[in-house]
Design a protein around this ligand. Structure first.
Ligand code: BEZ
Length: 256
């Protein structure tokens, strides 16, 4: 824990700023001992062996967005349903200019054998190419460096398995979103597509998407845009919901 001694001169705002700075730096100190990435960090440009050959991550991404997701183990039931669903949605991710890549602590040989099972689970020909590469992290190096291990799920030797981690990386190679599920809970890949839609929309437009938003639905005007500016910024109109507090913060506008 870092303790900063700063003399503030203008009261609450400075204290809020100080508390945010302290939280940020204590998080940084914390991840010094327990690995982790923060939103906005440049994603590590790691090298890895994958089912499509050796890659350097930033070169692999090129100008695309990226999604890197880990799973606990090859030849396990939940992981098979997840990678099956991810494979079925691969055209949707490509349409959004998102490159997919999976990771687990298994070997290339296991990955190659298991992808045939995944294709069979999807009722596809076993000779079809699997639509995205899988990283072989049998030494757990990347899993440790990226904070992907689930301490509650162990293999037969008592070693932790990878959790169900999702990183979405922007075209600037910065981390835009991370999700971490335990091994026992499979992910919803429709939700991952939905968040990609929100991330891409909000990267281009100063809007925010509300709970359960779906593409095409109205979006929200962020609270840091003053009323006069909002009217000019969103010519399609801004609807402000009346609230008991009389504060005008619940503002909607059609999706730009
Ligand atoms: C599975 O993918 O089915 C699984 C893997 C590890 C722990 C629990 C479930």
């Amino acid at each position: 824990m870092i303790i900063l001694s700063v003399k503030t001169c203008s009261g609450l705002d400075d204290l809020n700023l100080l508390s945010s700075v302290c939280c940020y730096w204590s998080a940084r100190v914390f991840i010094g001992t327990m690995p982790g990435l923060l939103l906005g960090d440049v994603f590590p440009n790691f090298e890895a062996e994958t089912t499509n050959g050796k890659i350097k991550f930033h070169d692999f991404l090129g100008d695309s967005w990226g999604i890197l997701f880990s799973h606990p183990r090859d030849y396990t039931p939940v992981c098979t349903t997840e990678l099956g669903r991810a494979a079925k949605l691969s055209d949707e991710f490509s349409r959004r200019n998102v490159k997919m890549i999976a990771l687990s602590i298994d070997s290339l040989e296991d990955h190659r054998g298991w992808t045939k099972d995944i294709l069979a689970y999807n009722n596809e020909e076993s000779g079809c190419a699997f639509p995205f590469p899988i990283i072989a992290d049998n030494q757990r190096e990347l899993a440790v460096a990226l904070g992907m291990l689930d301490p509650d799920e162990k293999d037969k030797d008592g070693m932790p398995l990878t959790a169900r981690c999702v990183f979405v990386i922007g075209q600037d190679k910065k981390l835009k979103l991370s999700l971490l599920y335990p091994a026992t809970t499979g992910r919803n890949f429709d939700e991952i597509l939905r968040v990609v839609d929100s991330l891409q929309l909000t990267a281009k437009n100063r809007v925010a998407t509300p709970a359960d938003w779906q593409p095409g639905e109205r979006v929200m005007v962020p609270p840091n845009i003053p009323e006069e500016e909002a009217a000019a910024m969103f010519p399609a109109g801004v609807y402000t919901k009346e609230l008991p507090s009389e504060r005008k913060y619940l503002r909607y506008t059609p999706q730009p």
